[in-house]
Every structure is written in structure tokens, then in C-alpha cells.
Design a protein around this ligand. Structure first.
Ligand SMILES: [Zn+2]
Length: 442
């Protein structure tokens, strides 16, 4: 099946009934499982006791450490090995180039443990393109404006390394070197440089991590008028959506994707994230891996990527907490849709096992009006470090300290709040900016 056929199938799927979706999923899953059993020694062994009339829930779940440890056996092409991938990825000029003219190589940022190495075959790349072509825009009017304004797209991402966004954009650029409608701006470049490149380019579509775009939105010098802002990579909160809408005066939307699962869900005009059920199966589960009913918050998610055959991800564990909904959406699509709570790894744990969501601390600090920008890092179970930019740093720190202490006391916690000399900054490896996170390494 080539790109055109994938395009047609993906386009048509928007109008499928629940029965049709189930039957296509079953067909594609059967093909994938048979393929994995035939070509991957790892899956052949894993599935050796699975009956012929299996259902999805009969298949054992798999995790990142497991798939990375047995990488060479998982891959369905015996000529590929981790050794060859390591050699290939040592040369950064290979970003966006295919190994053996067959597979693109991506690495995850590893912000939650060791990075994963993920191969995309041509089929998987075609599906990504098809989903991007038909499901990126939540509203038709934004798509029309975007087309009218020359499809100029600017992405503010980590413009280095084998990350999905960077690798995919270089792959497309190498394929169509004369196409000048797309730029990537390095998220870790100095702000003045990011702003001047965006101002010069005047994108019709701006994409990036929501926390990062929210930071850029604070700069009055940033003077662009995109038709749409599409965020990804982390949770887009209502506050950030409002802030970006006010700054850019256009529709702001998000999507849910990961390197292993591809494009998992795309937003509709009701701001619901519809699962791309034709190409990915999403199972919300509790800590023990038991299914969680519609409408309830899960502890984890199992994803099955139906379009990747070189490196099968079948019932692969993600640490995202989601609520899957089966209520019919006003937009008319029949697919299930979901809400994401954010990454569980980001939940902070303090003394006596008290858990605090980063968003709660974000909200406390957001209210300290004398702070222009902040970042809070948990350094120990009883210690946090505050990085900030403020006109009057001492005054801002005193206010923040008092508000945070009040908040911690309400949870029965005694937490030291230290002021850092450092400025708020993005993660050096992933390029993502997080307002609140945990780092016990120093
Ligand atoms: Zn909808």
C-alpha cells in the first residue's frame, strides 16, 4: 500500500461507523501480529503460547526497557542491529536520512528514563503524512487561511538530534530541497534569535511546545500573526491556550503523539482529542494493567501502533494518565476521544508520600504578579529551588516563598524554598521547557 492509498484510506476513515472501525482494527492487528510472529524472534517467543483465536487482551504488554534490551530481536529485519544504529547515528548528518534507504531512526528525549530508539518504515511514514494531511487542523477555516497564506510553517523545536520533530522535518526538507515554506527554529537558541527568525518568516502556522510558546508570548518584540497555533509534546493547559490565543489572535489547538505510537489523537472543533483509531489502538488501564472504563482516569495507557511493521509496538506501555470517552461528539466523528492529565512521571512526591501535581505549584506561582518568569525544581523530598526573572527579585522571592509555604503547609509539609542564581531554562537534552519538575541529581 503506497502513500496515495494510505491517504485515501485515512481520509475515508473519518466517516466510518464503530463497526467498521472495529473490523479494520482487527484486520490490521491480525496482520501486524502475524508479521511480528514471523519476522521478530522476540515476539515469536513472547507469543508462543497465545491461542489462534486470541483477542488483543490475550497479548502480553511490553515496556520500553524490555523492547530496548532486546532491540535486535524485536526488529523484524535481521540486517538491522543496535550496533549499526549506533554507528549510523554517530554522524549527525544522518538526521532525517534513511538507513539502508528503508528506515528512519528516531530517539526519544529520555526525559522519563533512558531514551528509546524507534525505527519508522515507509508505511509508517506514509501513515504519519496521511494523518497530518487530513487531521492536523481542528477547523476547516484555519486550514483554508493557511493554504491561502502559502502554507508557511514554523516549528520551534529541538533542532538537533534524532528527535521525531527534527528528524521528520529534515527528512521532508531533504526530499523537497526547493520547498521554502517550512522552517524549524531551535528552541534552545537565544530568545532574540528565535523572535527575529519568526518575525522575518511570518508563519501561517506556528508549532512548538506549549510551555515554550507561552514563554515566547511574553515578548512584545514577537510580532507574528499566524492563522493557527498547534502545540504538542506536552499538556496544553486552558491557561496556556488562553494566553496564546490572546497573544497571537488565532485558534490554538493541540494533538497527542509520541515517537513510538505516532499520531495518537487529533483535536476537533469541540477541542476533543479524537483517537486515530484506524492506525492506533489505545487501551486505558490501571496500575495492574486492568482495563479502565470509559469516563474514568487511567494510570497508564497501552498503545498498539498498527502502521509500524519494522519495530512492532503492540500493547506498549506509556505512563500517561488519560480518560477515554465514548460519548458521541458534536463534531460528528464516531471515533473515541480522550483527555490527558499529563505525564505521571512529573508528579512530585514529598515527605510521607504526599503527591503534588506540577500544575498546582504552577498556579501558586502564576499568582505572584511580580514574577515575570519562573521555574521550580524539586531538589529533595523537602527542598525546592526557584529560578525566576523579576524586576525586584527580593520582593518577588519573598512573596513566592510565603505563598508556596502556605500551600505546602496546607498539605502538612515543611519544604525549604531556595532562590537560585540561574535563570529559567529548557532541558538541555530534550529542548522542552518545564515550569515545574523534579531533579535530584545535584
Ligand atoms: Zn469531535
Amino acid at each position: 500500500m503506497g502513500l496515495i492509498e494510505k491517504m485515501i484510506k485515512t481520509y475515508k476513515a473519518d466517516f466510518w461507523t464503530r463497526e467498521k472501525i472495529a473490523s479494520v482494527q482487527k484486520k490490521r492487528l491480525t496482520y501486524l501480529v502475524n508479521y511480528a510472529r514471523e519476522k521478530s524472534p522476540f515476539y515469536r517467543d513472547l507469543y508462543k503460547d497465545i491461542p489462534d483465536d486470541y483477542i488483543l487482551a490475550d497479548l502480553p504488554t511490553v515496556s520500553k526497557p524490555q523492547l530496548m534490551e532486546h532491540f535486535d530481536q524485536v526488529i523484524t529485519d535481521r540486517s538491522i542491529s543496535m550496533k549499526r544504529i549506533d554507528d549510523f547515528t554517530k554522524n549527525i548528518d544522518n538526521i532525517g536520512r534513511m538507513i539502508d534507504d528503508k528506515y528512519l531512526i528516531f530517539k526519544t528525549s529520555g526525559s522519563t528514563g533512558n531514551p528509546a530508539v524507534v525505527l519508522y518504515d515507509k508505511g509508517n511514514i506514509d501513515v504519519s503524512s496521511a494523518v497530518a494531511a487530513f487531521r492536523t487542523f481542528a477547523r476547516k477555516e484555519d486550514f483554508r487561511k493557511f493554504m491561502k497564506h502559502g502554507k508557511k510553517t514554523a516549528g520551534v523545536f529541538a533542532d538537533y538530534g534524532f528527535y521525531l520533530a527534527c528528524g521528520m522535518s529534515r527528512y521532508l526538507q531533504l526530499k523537497m530541497p526547493h520547498k521554502k515554506s517550512k522552517i524549524t527554529v531551535d528552541v534552545n537558541a537565544p530568545e532574540e534569535e528565535i523572535i527575529s527568525r519568526l518575525n522575518d518568516f511570518q508563519p501561517a502556522m506556528l508549532s512548538g511546545y506549549p510551555s515554550n510558546l507561552a514563554l515566547l508570548a511574553d515578548f512584545e518584540e514577537l510580532n507574528i500573526h499566524p492563522d493557527v497555533v498547534i502545540t504538542g509534546g506536552e499538556l496544553l493547559t486552558d491557561e496556556m491556550r488562553t494566553k496564546l490565543t490572546n497573544k497571537f489572535g488565532c485558534y490554538v489547538q493541540t494533538h497527542y503523539s509520541c515517537t513510538e505510537g505516532g499520531e495518537i489523537a487529533c483535536e476537533c472543533e469541540e477541542k476533543h482529542l479524537h483517537i486515530n483509531e484506524d492506525w492506533v489502538i489505545v487501551e486505558p488501564v490501571d496500575k495492574e494493567g486492568n482495563p479502565v472504563p470509559y469516563g474514568a482516569m487511567s494510570d497508564k495507557v497501552l498503545i498498539t501502533n498498527l502502521s509500524n511493521h519494522i519495530q512492532p509496538f503492540i500493547r506498549y506501555e506509556l505512563t500517561d494518565r488519560v480518560i477515554v470517552h465514548n460519548e458521541k461528539c458534536k463534531c460528528g466523528r464516531n471515533t473515541l476521544w480522550l483527555e490527558i492529565e499529563g505525564r505521571t512521571d512529573d508528579i512530585l512526591e514529598f515527605a510521607a508520600g504526599v503527591h503534588i501535581a506540577p500544575m498546582s505549584l504552577y498556579k501558586v506561582l502564576e499568582e505572584v504578579k511580580s514574577i515575570k518568569r519562573f521555574q521550580l525544581i524539586q531538589r529533595a523530598i523537602d527542598k525546592v529551588e526557584l529560578r525566576m526573572i523579576a524586576d525586584n527579585k527580593e520582593e518577588a522571592y519573598n512573596q513566592a516563598k510565603s505563598d508556596l509555604q502556605k500551600f505546602f503547609m496546607s498539605k502538612g509539609l515543611d519544604v525549604a524554598i531556595l532562590l537560585s542564581e540561574e535563570l529559567p531554562q529548557a532541558n538541555k537534552t530534550s529542548g522542552k521547557f518545564k515550569h515545574i519538575y523534579k531533579d535530584f541529581s545535584i
